[in-house]
Every structure is written in C-alpha cells, then in structure tokens.
Ligand binder design. Structure first.
Ligand code: GLU
Length: 473
C-alpha cells in the first residue's frame, strides 16, 4: 500500500494581520509538507461577513509572502464552498446523524439556565414530525467515547456526554465553523491538521462529524499557543502581534522564521537554520513540544543577529534600504550606498535588527557640519584637543590613495600617541566626537577608513574652524 501524499493547510480567519502564533502554525504546516514531499494549502476562513474585508485577507497574504511561506495551489475561500457545506448537512440529516432543531432563542435561553453543567441536547432531538417553523440543523452527538491520537498531545479520550449537539447550519442556512472546516478539509484532501491547541476539543467534535459522514479522519497535531515573556497568553499587552510589526522592527524574514520555528520545536541542540531546505530536511511533527512556548525577545534578537551576519551584503542592504532611508531622512545617494556597502563588515556584528543596522550606519550618513550634542562635544573642549586635531589633520592629509586604509590609519594614530606620550583616549575621544557627533560607531580606525579621506578631513576642519570662530567671538 502506498501512503497518500501529505496535505497540510493553514486556515486563518482574516483578522487584519498575520498573527505570529498563526504564522508559527503555518510554518509547521509548511515545513512538514515540504519534509514529506507533500502540499501546503491556504484556506481563508471568511464566513464571518462582519469581520471580513479584502484588506484583512490581503494582510494575511502579505504577511505570508514576506515570511516566505509559499502555499501550493490556489487559495481556497471558505465562503465559496457554502453549497458543499449545505450538502453535507443534508446528508447528515438524511442519515439521522443530525436533526432539525426548532428551538427559539428564548427556549434556548431557558434550557441553558436549567441545565448549565451538562452538554446541550435539544428538546427537538427526537421529534420525527417536521414543523413549518425556522430551524437550525444540529449534530446528534452519539453515545460513547471519542478517541484521538494527537502528534503533540498524545492519546485523548472524551466522553461524548461532554459535547453539545452543535449547530451545523444556522436558521438562515449558513454553515457554522464546525461543519465548514470538516467539509473543506475533506474536500481539499487534508491529511494532517496542524493548528493551535485552542482547537483541541474541536478535534473531538470534528472526529464525530467525519465519522458520521463516513469520511477518513485526518491526523491531528495541536500545537501549544505562544505565551508572552510573563507566561500569560499572548495579547496586545505584550506588544507586537502581527508579522508585519516584526518586519517594521527590522527582523529579517529568515530570522523570524528561524525563531518562530524554534519556539516550541526542537531538533537536538540545533538553534540556527539558515535555509528553507535545511529546515524542510529535518522538520517532523515529533519535535514539537507539548508545553506552551514563551516569547523571548533576547532569543529572537540573538537568532536574527546571526541571520544578519549570515546574509550576503547585497541582500542585506536591499532589505535595509527602508530603514537606512528613514535614518537618512531621504533616498540614499549612490555614494552613500557605496559607503554603507563597504561598511557592512563592521555594521553586521553590531546589529541585531535592520533598524539597529541603520542606527549603526548613521555616522556614515551625517551631513556636514555635524550637529554635535553638548555631551558628545565634551572631549573637544578639553585642553589641547583642538591642537591635536590640527596636528593629526596634517598627518592624515599625507596619506595618498590606497594608503587610506584601516591598517595604515591605525598605525598612524598609534604612532601619534606614542610620539606624544599620551593615552589613546586623548585623541580618540575628540576625533570620534568630530567625526560622529556622538552617533554609534565602530573602532576609530574603521570610522576613518570608511568615511573616506575627504569626508574625514572635512568633518575635522569643520570642528577646528568652529573652534577658531568661537574664540574670535
Ligand atoms: N480559522 C480558525 C482560526 O483561525 C482555524 C481553524 C482550523 O485550523 O481548524 O482559528
């Protein structure tokens, strides 16, 4: 017997953004399908008219594209499958696995008040005669037990007494989630349902519906939800919830993917996964932890920092452009792009996010004359600081062409401090103030090498001239 092709799906309700918990579930589905040589499908559960809009659907699609979560086949819209949902409800009515419930909202209210601790059974459950009144179609929960074996949660048994006779079709003929999800998963050929464990009990209910329809029950994997750093269920209180918010904070799609994947899934001690193929090769449902995962921003930063280091410079700068432009307050002219590109080696190890990378590159983008905050300018006011800058300027001027390099500059600065028998800080601090205005910056020789001769001499002379003007005033 050949095993059927694995088909997984991600079935978000469009809420206006791709929730990172949903994104992680989608990743698990995506990599499991890739691992098994199967397919990963996308179904938009858009039956709640009030909440749906094109923009909300687009936000999910954009989030998935950004994260590199490529689905197979066409997107399935649940709202377009109403006919097959109704058809399934009819089949269940015919077989007696469902019944017409004529209870009015008032009647339902009274029943609920009476029997609050037992599962709902309608008084119309055994009514054979059809009435000329509006009705809902309810599932007739059979007696007995329902068992599932979940890939994450293990074996689970429910006494069916705990399951309500749920509505499958509302009085207006529209299907409910519980029916639609079973019919759609069946029609899409889904073999493995991997989703949040808030749906665990639904697996029991849905198993009964599958069985009543005579359909094969899919395999289940209910993934624990993501909790905030404080151990509480993730909510707005914890900050960013949507994938796009992480994009805007400057996380790389590969970094966030790696982090979310590792959040609640393990493969030995391996922490870093840089390629899709690498993950797909080793990803199985067995590695998913049953304990809730806690969001840990330090870990996210660490992993993203590793992805920044690993990313080729050209790719990284492309992704960093919006952040660099924001820091530069405008488009990046070619000479600046070249300067930043040359600085990548020093920027990458100092940046956990693209936002940080732009901040680390700010000193390269400053416009002359620099605004130097009074705090940053302190070393410039020390005795002898300006005359050191003038003396150094003369020496730096003598470096020609390729001599303007990190190593030569370092030697020049070292020679200067030994000749004058001064600590490095005596020149290091004022030079750094003059060249960066207090913006974050790497090792001083790099600052000079990367700014280039003209810019360095220009920034130094601005400070020296400004000092003279102040003295003349
Ligand atoms: N649309 C449901 C949700 O967003 C998911 C349904 C499912 O995965 O079965 O919670």
């Amino acid at each position: 017997m050949t095993t059927p092709k694995v088909i997984t799906r991600f079935a978000p309700s469009p809420t206006g953004f791709l929730h990172i918990g949903g994104a992680r579930t989608a990743l698990f589905n995506y990599y499991f399908a890739r691992h098994m040589g199967g397919e990963f499908l996308l179904r938009i559960e858009d039956t709640d008219k009030a909440r749906n809009s094109e923009a909300a659907v687009q936000a999910i699609i954009d989030g998935m594209n950004w994260l590199g979560l490529h689905h197979d086949g066409e997107i399935v819209y649940q709202s377009q499958n109403a006919d097959s949902h109704v058809e399934a409800a009819k089949a269940l009515l015919e077989s007696g696995a469902a019944y017409r419930c004529y209870a009015t909202p008032e009647e339902l209210e009274t029943i609920r008040e009476q029997e609050s601790d037992t599962a709902f059974r309608s008084p119309y459950r055994d009514q054979a005669e059809q009435l000329d009144k509006p009705y809902t179609v309810r599932f007739r929960v059979p007696e007995g037990e329902t068992k599932i074996t979940d890939h994450v949660q293990g074996g689970i048994v429910w006494d069916n007494k705990n399951f309500d006779d749920l509505v499958l079709l509302r009085a207006d003929g529209t299907p409910t989630y519980m029916l639609a999800v079973v019919v759609d998963d069946h029609n899409m050929g889904v073999t493995h349902v991997v989703r949040g464990d808030d749906h665990l009990i639904n697996a029991g209910r849905q198993t009964l519906i599958y069985q009543a329809l005579g359909w094969e029950v899919p395999e289940w994997a209910h993934v624990p939800l993501i909790h905030g750093p404080d151990g509480k269920k993730l909510s707005k209180r914890h900050g960013a919830l949507g994938a796009e918010a992480y994009r805007d904070m400057g996380y790389l799609p590969g970094g966030l993917r790696n982090y979310l994947l590792k959040l609640g899934w393990s493969y030995g001690d391996e922490e870093l996964f840089f390629t899709d193929e690498g993950i797909a090769k080793v990803f199985t449902l067995d590695g998913i932890n049953a304990a809730p995962a806690r969001l840990d921003f330090d870990k996210m930063d660490f992993i993203n920092g590793q992805h920044i280091l690993h990313e080729p410079d050209e790719n990284l700068i492309k992704q960093a452009i919006p952040f660099l432009e924001e820091t530069n307050q405008g488009a990046l002219p070619d000479d600046l792009s070249t300067r930043i590109m040359a600085a990548m080696e020093t920027l990458k190890p100092r940046s956990k996010t693209l936002k940080e990378l732009a901040e680390q590159a700010r000193y390269l983008m400053l416009k002359r004359p620099l605004e130097i905050s009074s705090k940053a300018a302190k070393p410039l006011r020390r005795d002898g600081a300006i005359s050191h800058l003038s003396a150094l300027t003369l020496r730096l001027k003598s470096l020609e062409g390729p001599q303007w390099s990190h190593d030569t500059i370092q030697e020049l600065l070292q020679a200067y401090v030994s000749e004058h028998d001064i600590g490095f800080g005596k020149i290091g601090q004022p030079v750094r103030a003059a060249l960066t205005g207090g913006a974050p910056s790497p090792d001083l020789s790099w600052v000079l090498a990367l700014l280039g001769k003209d810019e360095v001499l220009g920034r130094l002379s601005d400070v020296i001239e400004n000092d003279q003007e102040t003295k003349e005033d």
